[in-house]
Write a protein that binds this ligand. Structure first.
Ligand code: HEC
Length: 219
């Protein structure tokens, strides 16, 4: 009887420790998990996923492929089976896999739209997207100087991008057609715009969700 009681107590003690641990690891909200996912994506194991998959997971570095929208299952399978990702495997925790999956998954819900700001001009100067599309607008500042970008009709505030780097803003196109633009407010060359044309005729955004062949075997 005594033995039984103490065993129960020990069992309870374990439960208690587990509960405290999991509650301290739980995220206060989705934003907290996404912020943690961004940290993992940018810095895990001292390289981050971005070194191989690109800053915006577009596969533009030439090492790892486009992974915007990859699921937790695909990410797990890739960490387990991709030789190049061995450095990640030994460094990443369960919670970090979940967080980075949430982050990468969310990137897949947005169309990545890029422009290069160079000498006050935008390349390309115009893009077309479908009404209602969620967009991650990525501006690469080619200058060594920081520059400030502004829009009078996108409904996003002024933002500054440091030299030789990129910045991004998230924006959802309205359900109706229209034209929206932003410009560099502190560049020497004025009256240059990056225009986002919202048009029914634009190509529909479909995230190319990676389905790893490894995942098909493993799941
Ligand atoms: C050192 C380079 C490197 C790092 C760092 C890296 N990856 Fe990869 N990753 C690769 C390569 C290379 C492949 C492609 C392997 C192949 O095709 O066999 C890949 C494949 C993938 C795939 C499968 C894509 C597909 O289309 O099948 C996913 C998902 C993935 N990586 C996610 C991540 C995540 C998330 C991180 C960070 C936690 C990460 N990777 C870090 C190099 C890397």
């Amino acid at each position: 009887m005594r033995l039984g009681t103490s065993t129960t107590l020990i069992a309870f003690a374990h439960l208690f420790v587990a509960a405290v641990l999991s509650s301290s690891l739980a995220y206060a909200d989705d934003d907290g998990q996404l912020a943690e996912g961004a940290r993992v994506f940018n810095t895990i194991a001292g390289v981050g996923c971005k070194t191989c998959h690109g800053e915006y997971a577009e596969g533009d570095v030439g090492v790892g492929p486009y992974i915007r929208g990859a699921t937790e299952g695909t990410i797990r399978a890739s960490i387990d089976a991709t030789g190049e990702m061995i450095v990640i495997k030994s460094a990443i925790t369960e919670d970090e896999i979940k967080a980075v999956s949430a982050y990468v998954g969310r990137l897949g819900t947005m169309q990545a739209v890029r422009t290069l700001a160079k000498r006050g001009r935008f390349l390309p100067a115009e893009i077309s997207i479908r009404p209602g599309t969620a967009v991650q607008l990525i501006i690469q500042n080619a200058s060594i100087q920081p520059h400030t970008f502004k829009s009078d009709n996108l409904g996003i505030g002024e933002f500054t991008i440091t030299g030789r780097s990129s910045g991004n803003v998230e924006w959802r196109a309205p359900e109706t057609e229209g034209e929206f633009s932003l410009y560099c407010s502190d560049c020497k060359l004025k009256n240059q715009f990056f225009t986002v044309r919202v048009a029914e005729s634009a190509e529909e955004f479909r995230a190319v969700v990676p389905v790893n062949s490894v995942t098909d075997d493993a799941m």
